[in-house]
Design a protein around this ligand. Structure first.
Ligand code: ZN
Length: 680
């Protein structure tokens, strides 16, 4: 297929979505990877001394072309999935992965990057360029490129074994989850919502069984725990859930040996690279400076949150005894009693709230807010799209210059992956011909407009939209000229959620919510009394939720820092952590670690703290707005200039301090969660 007829190989502007066909994928990937490898070879042979122009620039160009081909393919695979496209995607994914893996292990290139950093010319590079070089060197090192041959072989063997173990960990968990079912009788199902019951009834019928089939998958498990009046049913479900993939079930699915081996191998990997613990290794790509800093942070937060958690638990116990006749609140009663208490305190329905948030009004309100804060203008525009529901917008600066553009694909459809996310389509960079304007995809799964009525959003969905838009602004309002550190690229892992969580705060401001609400039939704004109830419910059991998150985060951090997997028992460590921070103590048979996929199968090892860390940053950043008025254009411009515009071109802590005038503090998060007295 000729280049000029393959739309994936046209990099002159926005992707030509309507023309992209599955048969374009393989030839485009082959061509761009062949070109990339040719560039790598040329750079390897380039005459010394290595410079930005002879090494970094050509590699950045080549990598950008790879992502300009693969980006639209991966995007379409996620939002317009068809069997043919999926086949093309899966056939080419290993090639893309292989290309990046080769690059990360290329020692000739690694030496050249180090030589650039050591050269006098390095100091004459821009801040962003220096950061690109530094990040590359860091990643080469963490990828084992610096190790002597024998150690390097061991390092790669560990990586491979870890990948297997982690994948088996989640397979075991899934198999153990699927292995359990409970067929409930009519007396047992009282209290469970109708739609859940209908699904459970249908599931039992499909197996030719009588009664209602409940499983350990969330959509079935959670409503049982929250609503089933039958205590023995809740207990049976709870026990099955918290012993999944453990020594209390079938040996073939027991994750205990996997956890031990994973921890041992991670510790060995860290030692090979010269770190005292896996936690130290993990923090190399994060904002937190040391495991000790993270542990201090978690313990400080725990000390503040625990009294609130204790009080909430006492209230819950009292309510359960008085209203539900549950004298001893057991682990399987917590969700049930909490749901009853929540309803008793803050009765309002999501259905009622939704009527006030037609998506078009919400979007207009969001744009007005962003225009006020950051001095930009957002305009609807035309571009080639992949589905008629997709909208396209352009962002202009104060002086009318086009600075960014984005697609908003808001509605669920069968061909679209679930969830909500922001992804980059084009990254900003300075070219000889001028600035390449960045572009972003904003993808959500709201319900589509029906029968001439607009899509109505729940308040949670409004928050989701603001969150993803925050990521989008980080990508689009960047002023960095090097794609490697422009927008969200190169931002430390535990700071990436700052701009997104920051935007969520505005969804709790009356001054923002009132003008962007309007009843779908009458146009009336959201009643203040309803909004007040929503705000009150926001912090329901915030203390208990916080200490639970802290228990997970502390367990994760200590497991990867001061724990010896050869000699110590990880269950004992969990008990220790619980004695320190928890208010709820589960039964002895609880095997939480055996299903802790975030750290044993996902990317959160020695990183679970990031959730709270980023929340502290976003709440503290927002508190400067609270001090100056939440719609302050002056503070908005400062946020844009010091956080959004600089992206990964400097350390996140430096950006935070430049914006806030000091290092982050936890008070604002505590206040937003109702865990501190309002300051005057
Ligand atoms: Zn996010």
């Amino acid at each position: 297929m000729a280049t000029e007829t393959n739309p994936l190989l046209d990099f002159s502007g926005l992707p030509r979505f309507p023309e992209i066909q599955p048969e374009h994928v393989t030839p485009a990937v082959e061509q761009v990877l062949a070109q990339g490898r040719a560039v790598i070879e040329r750079v390897e042979r380039s005459a010394p001394p290595p410079t930005w122009e002879t090494v970094v620039q050509p590699l950045e160009d080549a990598n950008e072309r790879v992502s300009r081909v693969w980006g639209p393919v991966a995007h379409l695979n996620a939002v317009m999935n068809t069997p043919r496209l999926r086949e093309a995607y899966n056939a080419n994914l290993p090639r893309i992965t292989q290309y990046h893996a080769e690059l990360g292990q290329n020692r000739v290139l690694f030496e050249k990057y180090k030589a650039i950093q050591a050269s006098p010319a390095f100091q004459r590079l821009t801040r962003a360029q220096r950061r690109v070089v530094e990040n590359e060197i860091r990643d080469f090192r963490l990828g084992g490129a610096e190790l002597p041959d024998e150690a390097r072989a061991r390092f790669l063997a560990i990586q491979e074994r870890l990948a297997q173990l982690q994948s088996r960990f989640s397979d075991n968990l899934l198999d153990a989850t699927n292995a359990f079912a409970y067929y409930a009788s009519e007396e047992e199902v009282a209290g469970i919502p109708e739609d859940v019951l209908a699904a459970a009834w249908e599931a039992a019928r499909q197996e030719g069984k009588s009664g209602w089939k409940f499983t350990l998958h969330m959509p079935s498990y959670l409503p049982v725990m929250q609503y089933a009046h039958a205590r023995p049913l809740r207990e049976a479900m709870y026990r099955a859930y918290v012993t999944r993939a453990s020594d209390l079930g079938p040996q073939a699915l027991d994750n205990t040996p996997l956890i031990r081996e994973i921890l041992k191998l991670r510790a060995e990997e860290a030692r090979l690279l010269g770190f005292a613990s896996y936690a130290e290794l993990s923090l190399q790509t994060k904002m937190a400076r040391s495991p000790a800093e993270v542990l201090d942070f978690l313990q400080e937060l725990a000390a503040k949150a625990k009294p609130f958690a204790e009080r909430e638990l006492a209230e819950l116990r009292e309510f359960a005894a008085r209203e539900l006749k549950l004298e001893h609140l057991e682990a399987w009663d917590l969700a049930y009693a909490s749901e009853k208490l929540r309803l008793a305190r803050y009765a309002f329905s999501e259905q009622e709230v939704k009527q006030y948030f037609p998506d078009t009004r919400v979007l207009a309100g969001l744009f007005r807010l962003v225009e006020t804060l950051y001095g930009v203008r957002i305009q609807s525009a035309q571009a080639p799209v992949w589905h008629p529901d997709v909208k396209f917008f352009r962002i202009f600066s104060e002086n009318g210059e086009l600075v960014g553009q984005f697609y908003a694909d808001l509605y669920a459809r069968p061909s679209k992956r679930g969830g909500a996310w922001m992804d980059d389509a084009i990254t900003r960079r300075r070219l000889p011909t001028g600035v390449q304007v960045p572009a972003a995809y904003l993808t959500c799964n709201f319900s589509a407009p029906q029968g001439g009525r607009p899509s109505l959003l729940t308040h949670d969905e409004v928050i989701t939209l603001f969150h993803e838009f925050g990521h989008g602004l980080h990508h689009l309002l960047t002023r960095v000229d090097e794609p490697g550190v422009a927008g969200i690229n190169g931002v430390e892992w535990d700071a990436v959620e700052l701009p997104s969580q920051f935007m969520e705060n505005f969804c709790w401001e009356w001054g923002v919510v009132e003008p962007m609400s309007g009843h779908v039939d009458t146009g009336e704004p959201l009643p203040r009394s309803l909004f007040d109830k929503m705000r009150a419910a926001r912090n329901f059991q915030a203390g208990m939720q916080t200490v639970r998150q802290l228990e997970f985060a502390l367990f994760d951090m200590r497991l990867h820092h001061d724990f010896d997997p050869e000699r110590e028992d990880f269950m004992e460590l969990l008990h220790q952590v619980r004695r320190q921070v928890a208010v709820v103590f589960p039964p002895a048979y609880n095997r939480f670690p055996h299903s802790f996929s975030h750290i044993f199968a996902g990317g959160y090892a020695a990183g679970y703290y990031s959730y709270k860390w980023a929340e502290v940053l976003s709440a503290d950043a927002y508190s400067l707005f609270e001090e100056h008025g939440v719609l302050s254009p002056e503070i908005g411009r400062r946020f844009r200039d010091e956080i959004l515009a600089v992206g990964g071109s400097r350390p996140a802590l430096e950006s935070f301090v430049a914006f806030r005038g000091r290092e982050p503090r936890i008070e604002a998060l505590l206040r937003h969660s109702g865990m501190i007295a309002e300051t005057a």
